[in-house]
Design a protein around this ligand. Structure first.
Ligand SMILES: [Zn+2]
Ligand SMILES: [Zn+2]
Length: 467
């Protein structure tokens, strides 16, 4: 009789978002993450289906990090009866709070505009509200990296650095089956690039029976960091020369802080035009930056050295935080300026107004710094759309479009293989999740050829019995 079941309820079947992996053993029912499906309408609709398990019978959520595609459905989970623990780092808890608050606001607005449908019918009431977010916050139980915790009989876990965003973890889980034998599962969570700014590099894990690994960039290599910086510098030179504007759609958490960190270095080394202005036009990114300042204990050595030398890594000449909508509107007249505004995939937020203003001029630049989910406006522009619709207007895309992969929060194929190769005791099975078909299949082929491991590409809803 098999007794450890693993079911893939999100970030599977070629869908990148909606992370949620269900574990069922004689001792625990748990999920790793409970995120939101994003992007195409048919994916968004998956958010409003009933959970494929009873939330009231769920003991634990192991939460890898605070991105929306990992935390977005926690308020729904609580609303549907979840009373267990959410196990996470303190930084994840604090970041998850602002991410969920923002998502809740967007959900309420979407309901008002009749954009949320369940079984083909628009819903008239929000499916959850801010009180459910508050209820989520009461379920958190905070642990540190590296401590091995016996949670209950038959269940032990340890959190390891995933190097993806502040507070992000990979989970090691030791689970006992009905025969009393322990099986070790490792969930990578989203893995970061080695050498990323501010946060530390991912930990390597030596042993596992089963590995569940992400594959966002499983088939690709990022341009290296130095060519990313060179391209960024030439954009800054262009806007200084042309009196133009670079718009950066920002992801509030991590991307923004890494860009600020990079700008801080460039400005203080005097390698950019002293007349340049830098605007952060994202209330959520400002809040996230404050949380970063609260958790310096998770910074890498380079960042700590800068701070020790007296530098404020998020403050520099020409930098200004935009506080309100009136100031945001005035940015329409900006020149020689970098405007960082949310949302990161241009699906909403203040960045849309800046796109309307600045996309039609070929002297301007649009700079993507993170993954663009298929179905989003950001992805359409990145894929070369010459005209896009924003707020009912047709906007010509004449600005120069860039994608700076070196700023990505995600490991590329080389990083993922490096992480996998470090399992000294090779896993019996690898499950590849969190990737579109091109990327997950490319990673599967690579793993099979180079590591001779058995791999699976789980479909949405698919269940596996482990040994
Ligand atoms: Zn993430
Ligand atoms: Zn993710």
């Amino acid at each position: 009789m098999s007794s450890i079941k693993l079911r893939f309820l999100g970030a599977a079947g070629g869908i990148v978002t909606g992370s949620c992996h269900y574990i069922d053993t004689p001792y625990i029912k748990a999920v790793v993450d409970c995120g939101m499906f994003q992007g195409e309408r048919k994916n968004e609709a998956l958010n409003w289906r009933n959970f494929d398990f009873d939330p009231a019978k769920l003991d634990v959520v192991f939460l890898t990090h605070a991105h929306l595609d990992h935390v977005g459905r926690l308020p729904l989970l609580v609303k549907h009866g979840f009373k267990g623990k959410i196990i996470a780092t303190d930084a994840t808890r604090d970041l998850a709070y602002i991410v969920m608050q923002d998502a809740t606001k967007l959900h309420m607005e979407a309901v008002e505009r009749g954009r949320v449908t369940v079984n083909g019918q628009p819903v008239s009431m929000p499916l959850w509200d801010q009180s459910d977010v508050e209820a989520v916050m009461r379920r958190f139980q905070i642990y540190d990296y590296g401590e091995k915790v016996d949670l209950k009989k038959g269940v032990t876990f340890r959190m390891r650095e995933a190097g993806h965003i502040l507070g992000s973890v990979s989970f090691e889980l030791w689970l006992q089956n009905a025969a009393g034998r322990t099986r070790k599962l490792v969930f990578s969570g989203d893995l970061g690039q080695t050498g990323a700014r501010i946060i530390r590099d991912p930990d390597f894990i030596r042993e596992a029976d089963y590995v569940i690994v992400e594959s966002t960039y499983g088939g690709r290599y990022h341009k290296d960091k130095s060519s990313t910086i060179l391209e960024f510098l030439s954009i800054l030179d262009d806007i200084a020369r042309d009196n133009s504007v670079a718009v950066i759609p920002t992801f509030a958490v991590e991307r923004t802080q890494e860009i600020l960190y990079e700008l801080n270095l460039l400005v203080e080394k005097n390698v950019v035009d002293p007349g340049l202005k830098f605007y952060l036009d994202s209330p959520m990114a400002s809040k996230a930056t404050m949380i970063f300042e609260r958790y310096r204990k998770y910074y890498d050595q380079d960042a700590l050295d800068l701070i020790r030398a007296g530098d404020d890594i998020f403050k520099f000449r020409g930098f200004e935080i935009i506080e309100n909508v009136k100031q945001s509107k005035q940015l329409a007249y900006a020149k020689k300026a970098v405007i960082m505004a949310g949302s990161g995939m241009c699906t909403g937020g203040r960045v849309l107004h800046h796109l309307i203003n600045f996309l039609p001029d070929s002297k301007n630049h649009l700079v993507f710094v993170g993954f663009q989910v298929p179905g989003t406006l950001g992805r359409r522009i990145l894929d070369g759309a010459k005209k896009v619709r924003i707020y009912g207007k047709t906007v010509e895309v004449k600005a120069q479009v860039h994608s700076l992969g070196g700023f990505s929060a995600h490991a590329d194929q080389g990083d993922l293989m490096y992480w996998l190769r470090n399992f000294g005791h090779y896993p019996r099975e690898v499950f590849i999740v969190h990737g579109d078909n091109d990327n997950r299949i490319a990673l599967k082929i690579k793993i099979e050829n180079e590591l001779q491991l058995s791999t699976n590409l789980p479909e949405l809803g698919q269940e596996y019995e482990l040994d």
